[in-house]
Ligand binder design. Sequence first.
Ligand code: FAD
Length: 387
Amino acid sequence: MNETSAPRALIVGGSLGGLLAAITLRAIGWRVDVFERSPHALDSRGGGIVLQPDVLHAFHFAGLHHPGTLGVASGDRVFLDAGGEVVQRGWQPQTQTSWNMLYGAMRAMLPDACLHPGQVLERFEQAGGQVRAHFAGGRVETGDLLVGADGARSTVRSQLLPQVAPAYAGYVAWRGLVPETRLDGADRALLDGVFAFQQGEDHQLLEYLVPGEDGATAPGRRRWNWVWYRKVAEQHLPALLRGRDGRSRPFSLPPGQLPDARAAALRADADALLAPVFARLVGLTEEPFVQLIQDLAVPRMVFGRVVLVGDAAFVPRPHTAGSTAKAAANALALAQALARSDVPVEQRLRDWEVLQLRAGTTMTRWGMQIGARIMGLDRAAPPHTKG
Ligand SMILES: Cc1cc2nc3c(=O)[nH]c(=O)nc-3n(C[C@H](O)[C@H](O)[C@H](O)COP(=O)(O)OP(=O)(O)OC[C@H]3O[C@@H](n4cnc5c(N)ncnc54)[C@H](O)[C@@H]3O)c2cc1C
């Protein structure tokens, strides 16, 4: 198979799910092109991510051997009470990384020519084993497969399954990152090397160290990553998500957009509700940001030569720490299925779908159960659809 006779995948979405698909499909000899809506480099979406084996398996399959360490290890899980006392401690080792660390590692192995920023998919059609994708501005591309890696509000999915949309889970995640050295010695001694929690009444904060913005994992150059889950009634969401620019966003308020008065209110709440070390972390955060917690699950992932992966297909709650792992598992299994030559492509895709659907459904339901328990919400209904 030479370079031009190789099958071609059009990948819509250039975040983690899209790049995972790109590196694994390239590893089986496919040509890949990644079309990303954002015209800018996606290198500052930062938040912490628990590094799961599925990501490492996909990297290994793709031949991505990162020269350094990909994350920061933690050993114990500790729970603090509101007074700051450790009330529970247990050995549960894991590694924490960050969005920009994973993104940067994958981006570095993809040729620039594969990546097409500023391209907004509008629609597609398929015929004769080919997919034609239409982008804003009139660009049209044809491929053997279209991978919808365009996230929870996927355009690809909305064309295929217009009745399926994310549903608000009843609470939000406030998040922030603080340079390691901003905490003083006693606080650092308490939190270094552990994955720390505070379980409050209907709220939960968790915290762990992640690499620095430059990917550094050496002590002193890392960042404290915190996530604070808090209930917010649905009618208050437009105000919550209104930024400094006066615009209310649908699902999140990015770093830098939280108005000063609301940042002050967040810090006051932290002082009132959180263990002192966590309240100090929230207070030291320059640009706190907030994301809605949502549920989404699709009934199908394969539609002829179009597939859905990552958050476009399932949005498990972050308590599973598994969304990126799921995107990696989707991508790796897709490449392995397409590498087979014993059955037609359509059959390989259907076989791929069976296991991915089962895994996504299981993870999504599990996340809802955890969320209901930690937030005191009795929400056992299956993943939601609108209409
Ligand atoms: C509070 C919180 C904590 C989390 N913690 C973890 C964790 O610990 N571990 C973990 O694994 N995951 C975590 N996640 C989830 C994780 O960030 C995502 O699951 C992961 O990045 C995979 O996302 P994705 O690439 O499928 O979608 P996204 O990251 O949403 O990317 C979709 C991309 O598609 C682009 N796009 C959208 N529409 C179009 C279009 N029409 N044309 C072209 N491009 C388009 C977007 O610009 C975007 O870049 C967390 C999420 C939240 C909210």
